[in-house]
Design a protein around this ligand. Sequence first.
Ligand SMILES: [Zn+2]
Length: 259
Amino acid sequence: MAKLLTADDSAAFEILNPTAASNLIFVADHASNKVPLALNNLGLPQAELDRHIGIDIGSAWIAAYLTARFDALAVCAGFSRLVIDLNRQPTAPSSIPDISDGTYVPGNKDLTSADRQARVDEIFWPYHAAIETAMTAVEKRGQTVILISLHSFTPVINGHKRPWDIGFLYDQDARLSQHMITTMQQDGDIFVGENQPYSGKDPQGFTVNHHSERPHRPSLVVEFRQDLVATQITAEAWADRFANAIEKSLAAALSDNCS
Ligand SMILES: [Zn+2]
């Protein structure tokens, strides 16, 4: 069968800091707006790929900052969520959307099952296999692996302003999220969303459910507001505040377990 990715394409995922020592694993499902060469930018102008439907703006800078700060590994998406959404079940209609926030995606229309399967086999599963390999490697060192899923959200959707500066999403495992919400609320003027701008109880999300909730590993899902992290300088400043809160929250979670 013809392959989707060629030698001239970038990889399906990027590993930052592969020899890291930390038990934290960062993932950025929507860090890239690249499209495989064979898909001709999905028929979209670059400006569409550059906005929130194509990429979680700022998340790659945040991932890079955090891997250095914590000596941690990160797995980052190699391709845009419009090619295949790494945070959706491949069987979900939103996995390969033919319309996203009002933008029609010509390259996703009338796909054959072979077209879909190529994206699943060459992009979706290799990315998730890389995450699993990284998490298992931490466990083999005898450490408790903690998955931290990095996202960013558009400040306005369907004409509605979203007021939160940062949000934490959780489903069954709220332990780390609750410490993060409390800690960041104490950091002065931050408006922290709890299961906002989306709910972690929404069954659509795949990554944390697959790698952490099902196997009962601790996790954290964070959403940064895109206008606050739109440059490398501002993204790193928010990553720094977030990292300070992680340090405090991990210490607090540890004392919960000891008490
Ligand atoms: Zn995202």
